[in-house]
Ligand binder design. Structure first.
Ligand code: ATP
Ligand code: MG
Length: 279
């Protein structure tokens, strides 16, 4: 946790003078079920914010709303003061906001490097297939390849460069997914359960890579079930239950927050919260 995050008020909707993403009055219902009803949140810039909450709390729906994969019924979402409500994912990527998925989307029949190049271009919503045909390369495409190679090196995936993504382990594909998200040089990176299905050794390197993002001027928001991961890498935690934000705070504050403990008790009577996979 950085020194500044400790100075934010640990209450739902708390103001942050360095907010990059602001959500106001966002609501989404499915029939009679209100899945998301968030009055106000502000996400601090160049920090790692975890979004947690019990099953069905609305985390994924809220994530979808923020990343343009679902439409709000009402409310406004702003990125650096610009209204991005309802902006489709590829246009959000062009504005510097990208996401990864819980189920990886790497294309099995393409090589790692091809997946990376696709990451650069499909996020911009351009025609990208020509980028895979060497004879048609432009200067821009060569730059993209150089960037891809640099990121692969950092992610320790250089040895997989020319292998089909389909030959990778689940954990390596998670790494590739995050590496690909960085191709657009995003200022906001949204990670949907980045550790799910990743073996402990790879998980540790993934954590280290995530921890580095704020120092490069990137804001991270991630949904996570594992409280150890949340405690280890988050600067700030936002807790949802039944569609609403019920608590915000540093990881330490959240651990001892009564509303949070109560929200989880229904599912985990009498268990030590630190041992519970908070889903
Ligand atoms: N497309 C949909 N149609 C109908 N109901 C939906 C839809 N998507 C989500 N819901 C409902 O909205 C509520 C919130 O679901 P959501 O998936 O956002 O929760 P979650 O916090 O991500 O849960 P989990 O931790 O189990 O992934 C749930 O009651 C869910 O059944
Ligand atoms: Mg979910």
């Amino acid at each position: 946790m950085s020194a500044e995050t400790a100075s934010y008020q640990p209450v739902p909707g708390s103001r942050k003078d360095d907010a990059i993403l602001v959500v106001d009055g966002v609501r989404r219902a499915f029939g009679g079920l209100v899945a998301v009803d968030v009055e106000h949140i502000e996400v601090p810039r160049n920090k790692i914010t975890a979004l947690i909450g019990p099953n069905g709390a609305g985390k994924t729906t809220f994530f979808n709303l923020m990343t343009g994969f679902d439409h709000v019924d009402s409310g406004v979402i702003t990125l650096d003061g610009e209204d991005i409500t309802g902006t489709p994912p590829h246009r959000l990527a062009a504005k510097g906001m990208v996401r990864t998925f819980q189920l990886t989307k790497a294309l099995a029949k393409l090589s790692t490097i091809e997946n990376m190049k696709l990451g650069a271009l499909d996020q911009r919503g351009e025609k990208f297939w020509s980028a895979l045909i060497p004879g048609t390369w432009t200067k821009q495409e060569r730059e993209i390849e150089a960037r891809a190679d640099a990121i692969l090196k950092r992610f320790n995936l250089t040895h997989m460069r020319d292998e089909f993504a389909g030959t990778m382990s689940g954990g390596q594909r998670k790494l590739l997914e995050m590496a690909r998200a960085l191709m657009t040089d995003p200022r906001v990176v949204m990670l949907d359960e980045p550790m799910a299905g990743v073996n402990p050794a790879l998980a540790q390197s993934l954590l280290e890579l995530i921890k580095m993002l704020p120092s490069e001027g990137r804001t991270v928001i991630f949904v996570e079930h594992n409280m150890d991961v949340v405690q280890e890498i988050s600067d700030w935690v936002i807790v949802m239950a039944e569609g609403r934000v019920i608590a915000e705070g540093t990881p330490a504050e959240i651990k001892s927050n009564k509303a949070v403990v109560d929200a989880y008790l229904g599912a985990h009577h009498g268990e030590d919260l630190s041992k519970v996979e908070l889903t």
